[in-house]
Ligand binder design. Sequence first.
Ligand code: FAD
Length: 288
Amino acid sequence: MKIHEIIKRKGKSVSCEFFPPKDQAGEDKLLVVIKQLEALGPDFVSVTYGAGGGTRKNTMSLIKRITEATALTPMPHLTCIDQSKKELKSILDNYRLLSVDNVLALRGDPPRGQIEFVAPKDGFCYAKDLVDLAATFNSFSIGVACYPEGHIEAPNRETDLLYTKQKIDAGAHFAITQMFFENRFYYDFLERAGKIGISVPIIPGIMPVTDMKKTGQFCEKCGATIPASLAARMESASPEDCRRIGREFAIEQCADLIKQGVRYFHFYSMNQAEAVTEIFQSLSLHTL
Ligand code: FAD
């Protein structure tokens, strides 16, 4: 099913993101987690592609397993990294053959060991070019990334937002935000996006923190702000307390979003069911 049609019909969406494990055994384990989360009734699930410099080759395999083993609506992420236009078209062709209706079109993180993005030979420089390509298929619901605090390479938030609009004007049906921990960034982003005529759903990306050190490193790379209050709560916490505080924080964050009328949620699950399940249940997200 096409995600933008689900959103239009239901007026809401709750989704979870996974990264593809390195091997078959890891994939088997993750399938158990995905089935646990399926019981909560998410509207779609997404699978990353080389995120953080990780493996790209297993995304399609996991998407295939999800379509075979569950009734979930899957969305593969796809990036422009190290691939020609021809290769990207072939991947999209394969997804179409698998009856996959959705794709998240991204420029991508540079591969591990490479600091800056390098445009591939015969490939694309920006996510917008991949949106253009996916739109020619006339069969995908296309999502794109957006950045309430601005993309780390962008000169400023306003310029970055204009590029986000270009992706939407090229045919993207919805956007998912980079993680943020202070809702004011998201509310401000919605306001600025509305002012320049962006009217597609902007789904907030929520990260229930399970490991403060890793989250801190990631936030440093992507430019997301960790509130001092959260960092202070985590400072001398045990790993178990850290996970509990992360879940509590995400619940408070989502409760505030719900209070402000937000009906979309995308959870960075880190391939674990526990935190997302607790958030779903404590906020009754299935009844949104
Ligand atoms: P773009 O929209 O192309 O933007 C990249 C930069 O170029 C920005 O600074 C933008 O302002 C600038 N820009 C855009 N258009 C132009 C233009 N015409 N001229 C000049 N500058 C321009 N990464 C992965 O590798 N794999 C994943 O699976 C993955 N999943 C993600 C999921 C979500 C929800 C999010 C928010 C991010 C994800 N990322 C993933 C990270 C993403 O790939 C990086 O943030 C990447 O650096 C930018 O990707 P983009 O699609 O936003 O790029």
